[in-house]
Design a binder for this molecule. Structure first.
Ligand code: ZN
Length: 186
């Protein structure tokens, strides 16, 4: 379909609440076109996930990249990411624990930066797929973080809002030099 411009931090649209997709529109042509544009844009930007508001569409749709082998966060940007994309529509998250994991996150809307964010490490996610079927799953560890990062976008939140200590913000090059080894990934 089309590669769209990714909105960057500072654009007020990234701070808006997105609207749920009505059930009778989930399988419609408009949403199919939106999802195709999101895939094209994500692949062009070499991202592992993207949310509709990042291309300026305030609908509750996100693509979540589920790591299979070498997620982008742990490898150099140039390398081919190994992940399975999952489209989620109208997702809802329920934390299943008070326990948190800290992961270094990056975002297409905040280019060049990483930040250490603590999030609940076990969550339940309910969402519709592009066929309009309702799913419920439990995500843990890094995968739980990936879901929460993308779904945050649908409610006007960016990961930088959740970096507790601004000392844990880093440019990519410095991240790889000084912080990659200290990453607490499982
Ligand atoms: Zn993001």
């Amino acid at each position: 379909m089309a590669i769209r411009e990714v909105l960057k931090m500072g654009n007020p649209l990234l701070r808006e609440f997105s609207q749920p997709v009505p059930e009778n529109e989930m399988t419609g042509p408009e949403l199919k076109a939106l999802i195709a544009d999101m895939f094209d844009t994500m692949e062009h930007e070499q991202g592992i996930g993207i949310a509709a508001p990042q291309i300026g569409v305030l609908k509750q749709v996100a693509i979540v990249g589920l790591p299979g082998g070498n997620p982008r966060y742990q490898e150099h940007e140039e390398e081919e990411a190994d992940y399975e994309p999952l489209v989620v529509i109208n997702p809802q998250i329920k934390p299943l624990t008070e326990e948190v994991d800290a992961h270094w996150e990056g975002c297409l809307s905040v280019p060049g930066l990483r930040g250490l964010v603590e999030r609940p490490n076990k969550i339940q996610v309910e969402f519709f797929d592009p066929e309009g079927a309702l799913h419920s799953l439990v995500a843990e560890g890094f995968v739980a973080t990936i879901f929460q990062h993308e779904i945050d976008h649908l409610f006007g939140n960016l990961y930088v809002d959740r970096v507790k200590d601004p000392k844990n913000l880093s440019f990519n090059e410095e991240f790889e030099k000084y912080h990659l080894d200290s990453q607490e990934d499982e």
